[in-house]
Design a binder for this molecule. Structure first.
Ligand SMILES: [Zn+2]
Length: 191
C-alpha cells in the first residue's frame, strides 16, 4: 500500500499496512484439499492481504472496527479518520472490486442508494453548508465513496478537502465524542 493510501485510511499505525490477513496464519499459502496452493489462486484472499479496505472490512466482520457506522445494501460505512470534517463518512463496497463502472448497473444503482442514505443522515445530523461526494480509486483501488460535509468555517470552501495538508485534516475526536457521533449517524441511517 502506498503512503497516500495509508494517509487516507490508516490511523497512522501499522494496523493498515500490508500483511497477512486476519485468520491467515500462513501468509503465503493455503491448505486446500490436502494441497498447498499459493494465495494468488484465491483472489479474495490475495486482496485481503494487500488492500487496506479489505483489511478494514475484515475488522468490521470481527467487531473490531471502532469507526464502523452501519452496513447497507452494497457497502459498509465507517467514520473517516479526517474528522476536521466532522461526520465525514466512507462507504466501502462489500467485496473487493476495483472499477465501479464494471459492476452490474443494478449494483451501481444500489451503491448510489447507499451513498444517498449516508448523505441524508449526514445532512440531518450535521447540517453542513455543502456535501461533497468523491469516488476516486487512485490510491485505494477497492471501490469506495467519500461523503464529506463542508461547513461555513471551512478554510478552503472552493476546493476539494485534499488541498489541505493531512495534519490539518486528520483530527481524531475524543473517544466519547466519536462514539456519540457514530451512534447518531447509525440511528439516522437505520430509521
Ligand atoms: Zn479490497
Amino acid at each position: 500500500m502506498t503512503q497516500d493510501a495509508s494517509r487516507l485510511f490508516g490511523r497512522g499505525s501499522s494496523d493498515i499496512l500490508p500483511g497477512p490477513a486476519p485468520g491467515l496464519a500462513d501468509g503465503e499459502h493455503r491448505q486446500v484439499d490436502g494441497e498447498r496452493r499459493p494465495v494468488e489462486s484465491f483472489p479474495h484472499v490475495a486482496s485481503l492481504m494487500t488492500c487496506s479496505a479489505c483489511v478494514r472490512i475484515a475488522r468490521i466482520a470481527d467487531g473490531g472496527e471502532p469507526d464502523f457506522v452501519a452496513t447497507l445494501s452494497e457497502s459498509h460505512v465507517i467514520l473517516a479518520d479526517e474528522q476536521a470534517y466532522r461526520g465525514y463518512c466512507i462507504l466501502f463496497l462489500k467485496d473487493h472490486r476495483e472499477h465501479v463502472d464494471e459492476l452490474p448497473r443494478e449494483r451501481q444503482a444500489r451503491l448510489w442508494e447507499d451513498v444517498a442514505q449516508v448523505a441524508a443522515a449526514v445532512r440531518r445530523e450535521l447540517a453542513p453548508r455543502r456535501l461533497n461526494y468523491a469516488c476516486l480509486g487512485n490510491f485505494v483501488t477497492h471501490v469506495h465513496w467519500h461523503v464529506i460535509p463542508r461547513q461555513a468555517d471551512d478554510p478552503e470552501p472552493q476546493h476539494p478537502i485534499w488541498v489541505r495538508p493531512l495534519a490539518e485534516r486528520r483530527v481524531v475526536l475524543p473517544e466519547g465524542e466519536r462514539r456519540q457521533l457514530v451512534a447518531r449517524l447509525r440511528r439516522a441511517l437505520t430509521r
